[in-house]
Design a protein around this ligand. Structure first.
Ligand code: GDP
Length: 194
């Protein structure tokens, strides 16, 4: 994918705020601090695009980034942020559900899990929910530069044990924003699904 242009387009908390230009969308989801902003910036070759409009754990909006005037990457707010109240968490669960369940433009979901740890309960719940939605899923195992080469297969084995990855519409890739590892693989998956 050649990125000719990328920009923050809009933030939304409900349907009437979503973009109206009817372009395809790929959403990204994962717990706070998993490396989602870094992945978006790495994919788009930008230093701070994702962070400027979405402070981790604070801004609880869907953030739409327009790429090449052709499609959107949609940053879904991080789940499982400890400092957010139960009520806020519920509200934003509904916001995420509304988007993922009703958005016809949505072509696929990238679920980020932290390569340094076993998937959390929330990761498993999010993944199972995405399976239920029956959309193409890419599981991205982040921060893999922090895992010794000799341990990386083990990380994938645990992931496969915790998440039922054996589905036609599910792919998995390890990723590092620091090493810029597997950036093209993520783009290929996005392109295939647009
Ligand atoms: P977000 O809350 O999911 O958007 O996470 P961020 O992208 O803000 O990253 C959270 C922290 O993890 C930051 O300190 C990043 O520098 C760090 N981080 C993100 N991606 C990587 C990565 O690939 N490797 C390493 N070692 N650290 C990363």
């Amino acid at each position: 994918m050649i990125i000719k242009d990328s920009s923050y387009a809009i933030s939304a908390v409900r349907e009437d705020q979503y973009p109206t230009d009817n372009l395809p969308e790929v959403a990204l989801s994962g717990r706070s601090n998993v490396g989602k902003s870094s992945l978006i910036n790495t994919l788009l070759n930008r230093k701070n695009l994702a962070r400027t409009s979405a402070q981790p754990g604070k801004t609880q909006t869907l953030n739409f980034y327009l790429v090449n005037h052709a499609f959107y990457l949609v940053d879904v707010p991080g789940y499982g942020y400890a400092k957010v109240s139960q009520k806020k968490r519920e509200q934003f669960g509904i916001m995420i559900q509304d988007y993922l369940e009703t958005r016809a433009n949505l072509q696929g979901l990238i679920i980020l899990v932290d390569g340094r740890h076993e998937p959390t309960k929330n990761d498993v719940a999010m993944y199972n929910y995405a399976l239920y939605l029956n959309i193409p899923i890419l599981v991205v195992c982040t921060k893999i530069d922090k895992v010794k080469k000799s341990q990386q297969n083990q990380v994938l084995a645990i992931l496969k044990q915790k998440l039922d990855l054996n589905h036609d519409n599910v792919d998995v890739v390890t990723f590092s924003s620091v090493q810029k590892l597997h950036v093209q693989e993520v783009w290929q998956w996005i392109e295939q699904n647009l």
